[in-house]
Design a protein around this ligand. Structure first.
Ligand code: PMP
Length: 363
């Protein structure tokens, strides 16, 4: 790996959270509600490239109301976690995968790529300055890291911004299933799609999430937790959820997931599960999976487990699948394969299992 060309000098906060305040937050962090004392910033301009990288006190941006991101949504982001191991050291999971996806997203959104070495250095600088915010080892708590990039040129012309801001913020995250693992229910939206061929579905850009919200409201009005999106052309094949990839386990133990279509996000958790499942002795298939195959498979018992996966929840069992005029209900208990894969992945991330893949990156 090349070394970072950027250095991130630290301007320390003069009013960080007190130890008591921090302890209170870390005792019950929830998700995405509390932020650490600092953030990373860097600027790109067309003339000077990346420059002015730094760590500064966490705080608001002041932006002209005509700034590009407010009008045309030129924005990308990433999500990753830092875990504390038993010896107190802090590690991230496959951060180079997030760096590579961030670069792919940047390319798709007409934003400048941040070199992998600079991305990794920004993460190191962020966690280094706020390492007291990384929860203790044990359980599933972590420090969630949110790098993002926005077009910050002012003016209403529709074109790639010539002034861009990169930022990393960090938020302590508790166990996703604090009250025990609970299967989610999913709604197959009849009217909305998430991403079309040639669109931005494979990029992690804010617009994809904005476009998923009406469908999310629809799901909630149907008593479901999350939305399943189908392909935009035939409206037949499973793509993914609004923020997670999907997996299916067949009766013979085969683990399968929708192939990368160009319109779904290539999850880091998804790629890791494909490898872990293979090592656990499962046949693995990446192919097109239709909604009919899912419905009929659960109904007939051919599909024994369904789960969703992503950085935030790691692995989430799926209980119920509902559509306009029907539903199939799987087991109310998380399946055995689901839990074995979930535990194996979490054990690697938290240092309880050996990292035979070299997936962990010490900060
Ligand atoms: N699909 C979408 C649309 C997502 O937002 C996410 C979360 N980043 C995922 C899948 C899962 O990706 P990862 O495993 O890298 O978190």
């Amino acid at each position: 790996m090349t070394t970072s060309s950027l250095s991130f000098p630290v301007e320390r906060s003069t009013s960080p959270a007190t130890e008591a305040e921090r302890r209170r937050v870390l005792a019950d962090p929830g998700f995405g509600k509390h932020f650490t004392d600092h953030m990373v910033l860097a600027t790109w301009t067309r003339d000077a490239g990346w420059h002015d990288a730094k760590v500064v006190p966490y705080g608001p941006f002041t932006l002209d109301p005509s700034t590009a991101v407010f009008h045309y949504g030129q924005e990308i982001f990433e999500g990753m976690k830092a875990y504390r191991h038993a010896d107190g050291s802090v590690w991230t999971f496959r951060p180079e995968q997030n760096a590579a996806r961030f670069a792919r997203s940047a390319h798709r959104l007409g934003l400048p790529e941040l070199p992998e070495a600079d991305f990794l250095e920004s993460i190191r600088a962020m966690v280094d300055v706020d390492q007291v915010w990384v929860p203790e080892h044990g359980g599933e708590s972590s420090l969630y890291l949110r790098p993002f990039m926005i077009g910050t040129e002012s003016g209403l012309g529709v074109r790639p911004s010539m002034h861009v801001t990169y930022c990393v913020i960090a938020s302590p995250a508790g166990a996703y299933f604090a009250g025990g693992i609970k299967p989610v229910s999913l709604w197959v939206t009849p009217q909305y799609t998430r991403a079309a061929p040639g669109g931005t579905g494979a990029a992690k850009c804010g617009g994809n999430y904005a476009a998923s919200l009406a469908a999310q409201l629809e799901a909630q009005s149907q008593g479901c937790d999350q939305v399943v999106f189908l392909d935009a052309v035939e409206r037949r094949y499973i793509e993914e959820l609004g923020g997670m990839n999907l997996f299916f386990v067949r009766r013979d133990g085969t683990v399968m997931t929708p192939q990368l279509s160009g319109s779904i996000l290539e999850g880091v958790t998804r790629s890791s599960i494909l490898e872990v499942a293979r090592e656990l002795g499962h046949e693995v298939e990446e192919r097109r999976i239709s909604l009919d195959e899912w419905r009929e498979g659960v109904g007939s018992g051919e599909i024994t487990e369904v789960f969703a996966c992503g950085t935030a929840a790691v692995v989430t069992p799926v209980g119920r699948l509902a559509w306009l005029d029907g539903e199939v209900v799987g087991s109310s208990e998380p399946g055995e394969v689901t839990m074995t894969i979930r535990n194996q992945l979490l054990d690697i991330q938290t240092g309880r299992a050996e990292d035979t893949h070299g997936w962990l990156h010490r900060l």
